[in-house]
Write a protein that binds this ligand. Structure first.
Ligand code: J2J
Length: 519
């Protein structure tokens, strides 16, 4: 599954030659073999070219999890056009902002997803950017290419038209929760390598069936090892469109899924579902990769027990670098740590506020550098000054320590630390203690500005039954939690708000509090 010097499209061509009639991707309605997927990509590329999409064109791509996602992605790669990978959860304001920064020449949207219509905004944006002829909707692609399918050509492209491995392959969006996401430039070479090293660590092979429920445009789902890593190894990708647990577990059984990637919020949904309904056969499932947000050891243990699988923790970022736990790591590591860098050439440091390395076991900011990690955002010198140091390390903003065994353990965001009258509180630690209570299903801790204390501690919780602040204090005291960790405020909610990829949206929790105070 070597990747040397290939573009994504050239890689798909190689895989199609190797794995031929084996199913590459299915979404429940449609299943395509490797050969069919490659042919679809060729036909789509022809059609896009005729409509004027050329090398270097930036293309807004906001599609859902169906077989058409990889087909369009590889088709654009073939042309050398640059998809901007937007998640379905990105709405008007964000997409509008991205368009201002990237000036797209074409757009491919889903028409409707989870009761939300994208169509009107899509048409307006296409008008504004002069690309009404190059506006496509996911559900019309089939009709647009159907008659031409047999004529799919491997049309010789002039050498000057051909993208090369070091060209920009796509732009993905930074995971920030406020403002307009920054654009992350990934090349064919770096991305194939990203998928390759993570596929090795996740033990992917022709026998693998990857159940993909995270939005395909997210780095975890697309290339860590995700869709591309699975295709590279000759496995089958199952695209699940909606985050529905009944469907998820029946897909595990129906397709004999061997591996899936989840964010902790989805793992929690799985745990709750399996506690209630355990009739689907999940014996095929070997690995559940979990990453994207803080994950508690009890959740890892419950996931392994209820789904009969091994958890592989992943600390990753769309900027590149990924860390993973080894699949044969002992429980203590699998449940508590996020492992080691995926590639041998990756380097990282854990530093204090002055940028000096801290000793093992001490918390600091983790900063990273390596062959598939970007050294700058797309046309954004100001963000680059803030996010990269003079040695080219990406400053993650994440707090971590290195354990004696050499694994990293993520402790939360550097800036998330709450400072209450000088006492430093890590939300993640308090969240872990609170979640030990049988009454609390989920919780998130945020710092709230306060004139006297600097910041107050506020807990948002999802509970089985009503819970008061006094009861929560009593529980925390019974757990021997230090007094300065006792929260000042407790708010109950039916569900914690999530960011586009399913992480708890703490900025929204702060806004919810603000709205409550205004009313
Ligand atoms: C705590 N926080 C984590 C973890 C990421 C694989 C997996 C995830 C992402 C991703 C990804 C975390 N524990 N295990 O791209 O390929 C938080 C950190 C990090 C930010 C990156 C992948 N894993 N995080 O989540 O670009 O704060 O990528 O800096 O969306 O998520 O977010 P994003």
């Amino acid at each position: 599954m070597g990747t040397a010097n290939l573009t994504l499209d050239a890689a798909l061509r190689e895989w199609s030659g190797r794995y031929q009639e084996h199913i590459a991707v299915t979404d429940g309605q449609t299943a395509w073999s490797y050969r069919q997927l490659y042919k679809k990509a060729l036909t789509l590329a022809d059609m896009f070219r005729k409509r004027g999409i050329v090398r270097g064109c930036r293309v807004i791509m906001q599609m859902t999890n169906t077989v058409w996602f990889p087909a369009v992605f590889f088709a654009l790669s073939r042309i050398g056009a640059v998809p901007i990978l937007c998640l379905p959860a990105h709405k008007e304001i964000v997409i509008g902002g991205i368009c201002r920064n990237a000036e797209p020449a074409a757009m491919i949207f889903t028409r409707r997803y989870l009761k939300y219509s994208y169509e009107e905004n899509a048409r307006q944006l296409a008008e504004q950017y002069g690309c009404t002829d190059r506006l496509f909707f996911e559900d019309e692609l089939e009709a647009l290419i159907s008659e031409k399918d047999d004529a799919a050509s491997e049309r010789e492209q002039a050498a000057t038209e051909l993208p090369s491995a070091d060209d920009l392959a796509f732009l993905s969006l930074s995971g920030g929760t406020t403002g307009i996401p920054k654009l992350i430039p990934r090349t064919h070479r770096d991305y194939l390598y990203n998928a390759y090293v993570t596929a090795l660590r996740a033990d992917l092979s022709e026998k693998s069936v990857m159940l993909n429920i995270l939005p395909a445009a997210h780095n975890f789902a697309l290339g860590t090892p995700g869709i591309i890593g699975t295709l590279m190894c000759g496995g089958t990708v199952v695209m699940q469109k909606y985050p529905d647990m009944t469907e998820f577990f029946s897909n595990v059984e129906r397709y004999g899924a061997t591996i899936t990637s989840l964010v902790p919020a989805l793992v929690n949904m799985c745990i709750r579902y399996r506690n209630l309904f355990a009739d689907d056969d999940v014996s095929s499932l070997r690995y559940v990769m979990v990453g994207g947000a803080m994950f508690r050891p009890e959740e890892a243990a419950a996931a392994e027990r209820l789904m009969g699988c091994t958890v592989i923790q992943v600390f990753g970022m769309s900027e590149g670098m990924t860390f993973m736990t080894d699949r044969d790591a002992p429980e203590a590591v699998r449940w508590h740590d996020q492992g080691t860098p995926s590639a041998p050439e990756d380097t990282y440091r854990i530093v204090d506020a002055d940028g000096n390395d801290v000793p093992d076991g001490t918390a600091g900011e983790i900063i990273v550098r390596g062959p598939y990690t970007i050294t700058g955002y797309y046309e954004n010198p100001e963000a680059n000054r803030r996010s990269f140091n003079s040695e080219g390390y990406y400053l993650t903003g994440d707090r971590a320590l290195r354990t004696p065994a050499g694994n990293i353990r993520i402790l939360g965001r550097v800036r998330e630390q709450i400072n209450r009258a000088g006492e430093k509180i890590m939300p993640a630690a308090l969240e872990e203690w609170i979640c030990r209570s049988d009454d609390v299903l989920e919780c998130a801790v945020i710092g709230v500005p306060d004139a006297e204390l600097g910041q107050k501690i506020c807990v948002w919780a999802v509970t089985e039954k009503p819970l008061t602040l006094q009861e929560l204090h009593a529980f925390l005291k019974s757990e021997q939690v230090s007094d300065f960790y006792l929260p000042d405020m407790l708010r109950l909610t039916d569900a914690l708000p999530l960011t586009p990829v399913g992480k708890v949206d703490k900025n929204e929790l702060l806004r919810m509090l603000g709205r409550e105070e205004q009313s």
